[in-house]
Write a protein that binds this ligand. Structure first.
Ligand SMILES: C[S@@+](CC[C@H](N)C(=O)[O-])C[C@H]1O[C@@H](n2cnc3c(N)ncnc32)[C@H](O)[C@@H]1O
Length: 260
């Protein structure tokens, strides 16, 4: 009995501390986001607030906010209006259309509220979205048009969930601004899982930063060599879309075919 009570108190206290930590983390990020010196801001954040789960925590707390459904719905309308599905940092649509041989399965890594999964469902027999935020999955299910019966959301981290999927056919693997938020170690694990599960002839489109190496808590750019070393069986074509404002040496997006 006493053991149970102590355990309960410990767990609640842990949750309380974690909540305080993430609120503080967010407040500091927001304060420094206003700074005109992003490098100083990012240095301070990574030095004093290291956290490999920052992306999940940060996004999850936004999904948990009041009115998040209305916000995501209107963001998705905007996403469709601006035709982001074929935006210059991914060109998902052009790439999919140029590979009609892969139509069985698409896997949306870090699917958030499912905008990308819905677009993919027009082309593939089945779409699996992997997303660690339970609330994002709830919103994604609510936003999903009734005709999209071919989408399944799996509520887990990609580095854990990919390995458990059965992928018996050539498939398309995509990310939309997910890996840039995660540390190298996690992204390497995700790449290893994709490397292991994908059959030759599979496709990949990662809308992620590449170029000059850069690391901050919620933003990481990796070199072409880094991506190629972590995806050794893939022939990668780097899209040369320049991020406009603050990072002239950074580009977005790459597409690949698994050649062995
Ligand atoms: C910037 S959002 C992008 C969402 C979606 N791809 C889109 O384009 O709207 C990044 C997403 O990655 C998810 N995420 C964070 N860590 C993850 C992990 N280890 N594995 C898979 N997804 C993760 C977050 O919860 C969040 O939903």
């Amino acid at each position: 009995m006493l053991y149970k009570i102590t355990k309960k108190i410990k767990r609640s206290f842990g949750r309380f501390l974690s909540k305080i930590y993430h609120q503080l983390d967010r407040a500091v990020a927001e304060y420094y986001a206003k700074s005109k010196r992003p490098l100083v801001r990012e240095y301070i954040l990574s030095k004093f607030f290291p956290d490999p789960n920052r992306s999940f925590q940060r996004h999850n707390s936004e999904y948990e906010e009041e009115k998040s459904f209305e916000r995501e719905k209107s963001n998705y309308e905007d996403y469709k209006k601006r035709n982001c599905f074929n935006g210059p940092e991914s060109k998902y649509e052009d790439f999919i259309k140029s590979h009609p041989e892969v139509r069985e399965l698409a896997i949306d890594i870090g699917s958030g509220c499912g905008w990308l999964s819905v677009e993919l469902s027009r082309f593939f027999k089945k779409v699996i979205g992997i997303e660690p935020s339970k609330k994002a999955v709830v919103i994604a299910e609510q936003l999903k048009p009734v005709q999209c019966k071919n989408i399944e959301y799996v509520n887990t981290y990609a580095e854990e969930g990919l390995d458990k999927l059965s992928i018996p056919c050539k498939a398309l693997f995509v990310t939309g601004c997910v890996l840039g938020h995660l540390p190298d170690e996690t992204v390497s694990k995700i790449c290893q899982a994709v490397e292991k599960k994908a059959l030759p002839g599979s496709l990949l489109v990662f809308a992620e930063a590449w170029g000059k190496e850069f690391h901050a808590p919620m933003w990481n750019a990796r070199t072409k060599e880094w991506w190629q070393a972590n995806l050794p069986s893939w022939k990668i074509d780097f899209l040369k879309y320049n991020r406009p404002e603050d990072r002239p040496n950074e580009h977005r997006g790459f597409q690949a075919v698994k050649i062995k």
